[in-house]
Design a protein around this ligand. Sequence first.
Ligand code: CP3
Length: 317
Amino acid sequence: MRQAGRYLPEYRKIRAKVDFLTLCKSPELAAEVTIQPVDILGVDAAILFSDILIPIEKMGLKLRFYEKKGPKFSNPIRTQKDADKLKIINPKEDVPYVLETIRILRKALNVPLIGFSGAPFTAATYMIEGGSSKNFLKTKQIIYNDPLLFTSLMGKITQTTIDYLCAQIEAGAQAVQLFDSWAGALSPSDYEVAAFPYAKKVIEALRPLGVPIIYFVNDCPGVLSIAAGSGADVIGVDWRVDMAEAVRKVGQTITVQGNLDPCVLFSSKNYIKDMALDVIEKGKGARAHIFNLGHGVLPETPPENVKTLVKVVHEAY
Ligand code: CP3
């Protein structure tokens, strides 16, 4: 999950000097903010500091991040002509800074490094909507009304995702996570057609590279049993499903990751402990369980409470 970021004063100090995209594209600085939560919190793995929108920009979209409003693409994809103009990225040429960040991190870190990408459906929502969205109406309209456009767009995104993650693994990422942050906005039958096959294709292509693959599906309850068939080693789940039920749904052949509600970090030490132990207890039914939040750390979170959580989890295992 997102574990670096604005809740850490150490991160804000660096961000005061550079904008977010510059930070993602500056290997020394990106490596520094990747390491911050490892040093400060004592977490057991580092997640590369970057953003799922970085490779999308290089496919041919104009990206800007606005304070508070988040990311915006000024030329969203709405027609076949728009999709035809997109290119499949060449990671070494198009995003060398991401690969360089990974190489720096592998020398500096003494915990495993997780690389990541958006899953194809989630990437498509940003490309079609032009930013974050509530109902994903434009994306769904294309799925329903122009399946040829949707499949040609998804083909390009899927190939970019495969090449991008292969390059991250080659540069040194020791596990990779696919973020399907908006797949839960789909009905289960739409998920099965419009999101799942593309995530599965990425996972199948990465399989020969031999690193663990984590597939995170946000807002997962309706689609969890389908996602479990993706071929991923680990299914990451958000907090909207009880961990015991998640374990029942994914079965005994897959590891689960998650799923404490990030808002619990705004409660007392005792409450944090009780809720974390509940997740840990329920995760014991799975093949294996990677303790995590059910989504990223929220910007206003008190860092002390994240430290408390890490301590509680370490003591419980
Ligand atoms: O924790 C880490 O070190 C990992 C870094 C990371 C970021 N984004 C940094 C970031 C990761 C793994 C992501 C993934 C990402 N980006 C996702 C998938 C994960 C999820 O949360 O579901 C998504 C949907 C995005 C797109 C994105 N990036 C949005 C919608 C926003 C704006 C929202 C916000 O919080 O402002 C971002 C910005 C972003 N990405 C920030 C960080 C630290 C905040 C930027 C800042 O410093 O101002």
